[in-house]
Design a protein around this ligand. Structure first.
Ligand code: DAH
Length: 340
C-alpha cells in the first residue's frame, strides 16, 4: 500500500510539472482526488482492511491526500499568476511609440483676421460687444437715421423675415444696442456676421463686419484719423498710410471712406490697387447727432466716431485673395495656406 502511495505521489509530481493549463490541471486533480480518483479509491478501500491496520493506513492515506490537495492548490496559484502575466504582457502599451497620424486643421483666414482686429483694438482699450444676427428693423435702420422710405436702404439689399425683423445687414446695429445700455464714455468693437442678397467674386450673401464706436466729450475726425492710422500700421505694415475721402452714410455726419496705401506696391500703382496706389477698406465718420439723440445721448455734450469694415475684404487685401467665394468653399488645399 505504501508503495502504491509512493507511486501516486510520483505520478502527481510529474503531472504537475508538465501541465501548463488550468483545465489540464483540473483533469489531473480529478484523476487522483475526484469521486472516482485514485486517492479517493484508496480511502474507500479502507473498509476492506483488517481493523487493526486501519488507523495507520488511514493516517498515511489522509496525509497523502492533504499533500496532494496542497500541491494542486499551489500549482493552480502558479498557473493563475502566469496567465495574468501573459494577459498583462499582451495588453501592454508602449507610451513611447509615435502617435498614429491624425489630420489637424488650421485657423480659418476670417478667424485669423478677426482675432487680429480684436487684438489691435483691444490694445487701444476697446471692449467687445456682439449683437444678434436676427435684428429689428429699428436697430438695423431706423435708429441709425434710415427711416422706412429712405433711399439709403437700397445700398443694402436686405433679407427681411417679417416687416419688423430681418437678418442684420450691418453691424452698425450694435452701435444703438451699446448706446442704449451704456452711458459714455464708450469704446466698443462689434464683430459679427451680416447678410445681404448679393453674390459675386467680391460679394457673399453672408459675410463678416467689424464695427467700432467711440463716444466721449470732444471726439473729432482727428481722433478717427489717428485711430485708423494706428490700426492700418498694425494690420498691414508700419509704412501704411490712410486717406479719408468724403462720402455719405445716414448715421455719420460728416462721413468718410477710408483708403490705405497699397500694401503690394506701396503707392506706385499695381493690379491689387488698380493702378491708384490706394485701396478702400472701410466706411467711417462722426456719429450723426440724430443717432445720439435716438439713444438718449446728449449731442451737445458728447460726440462720437464710428467705423465699419468687412473682415473678408481685409483678409482678401492682406493675403492677395481675388475671389471671396474661396473663403467659404472649405477647400483644405486653399485653407492650409494660411498658417500663423
Ligand atoms: N455700415 C456700413 C456698411 O455696411 C459701414 C459703415 C460706414 C459703418 C460708416 C460705420 C460708419 O460705422 O461710420 O456699409
Amino acid at each position: 500500500m505504501k508503495e502504491k502511495i509512493q507511486q501516486i505521489r510520483q505520478q502527481i509530481e510529474e503531472g504537475l510539472a508538465s501541465v501548463s493549463l488550468r483545465k489540464s490541471l483540473f483533469e489531473l486533480k480529478m484523476k487522483f482526488l475526484g469521486k472516482t480518483g485514485e486517492i479517493t479509491a484508496l480511502l474507500k478501500g479502507m473498509r476492506d482492511l483488517p481493523p487493526e491496520e486501519r488507523p495507520e493506513m488511514g493516517k498515511v492515506i489522509n496525509s497523502a491526500r492533504e499533500w496532494a490537495e496542497e500541491a494542486f492548490a499551489a500549482r493552480e496559484e502558479e498557473l493563475k499568476k502566469a496567465e495574468l502575466e501573459d494577459k498583462y504582457a499582451s495588453e501592454k502599451i508602449d507610451v513611447t511609440m509615435p502617435a498614429a497620424f491624425s489630420a489637424y486643421g488650421t485657423e480659418h483666414p476670417i478667424s485669423m483676421v478677426r482675432r487680429e482686429l480684436v487684438d489691435i483694438f483691444a490694445g487701444m482699450g476697446f471692449e467687445i460687444f456682439e449683437g444678434p444676427e436676427i435684428e429689428k428693423d429699428y436697430y438695423n435702420f431706423q435708429a441709425l437715421n434710415i427711416p422706412a422710405d429712405h433711399p439709403a436702404r437700397d445700398m443694402q439689399d436686405t433679407f427681411f423675415i417679417t416687416e419688423e425683423f430681418l437678418l442684420r445687414s450691418q453691424t452698425s446695429s450694435g452701435q444703438i444696442r451699446v448706446m442704449e445700455k451704456k452711458a459714455p464714455p464708450i469704446k466698443v468693437l462689434s464683430p459679427g456676421r451680416v447678410y445681404r442678397s448679393d453674390s459675386d467674386a467680391t460679394h457673399s450673401p453672408m459675410f463678416h463686419q467689424m464695427e467700432g464706436l467711440v463716444v466721449d466729450k470732444n471726439i473729432t475726425l482727428c481722433d478717427l484719423k489717428g485711430l485708423l492710422d494706428e490700426f492700418a500700421r498694425k494690420m498691414f505694415s508700419s509704412e501704411t498710410k490712410t486717406r479719408l475721402r468724403p462720402s455719405y452714410f445716414p448715421f455719420t455726419e460728416p462721413s468718410v471712406e477710408v483708403d490705405v496705401s497699397c500694401c503690394d506696391c506701396h503707392g506706385k500703382g499695381c493690379r491689387l490697387c488698380k493702378g491708384t496706389g490706394w485701396i478702400e477698406i472701410l466706411g467711417a465718420g462722426i456719429v450723426n447727432r440724430r443717432v445720439l439723440e435716438n439713444c438718449g445721448v446728449d449731442p451737445d455734450v458728447y460726440s462720437g466716431l464710428a467705423f465699419g469694415m468687412g473682415i473678408e475684404r481685409i483678409a482678401m487685401i492682406k493675403y492677395g485673395i481675388n475671389d471671396i467665394r474661396l473663403l467659404f468653399e472649405n477647400d483644405v488645399r486653399f485653407l492650409k495656406q494660411f498658417k500663423d
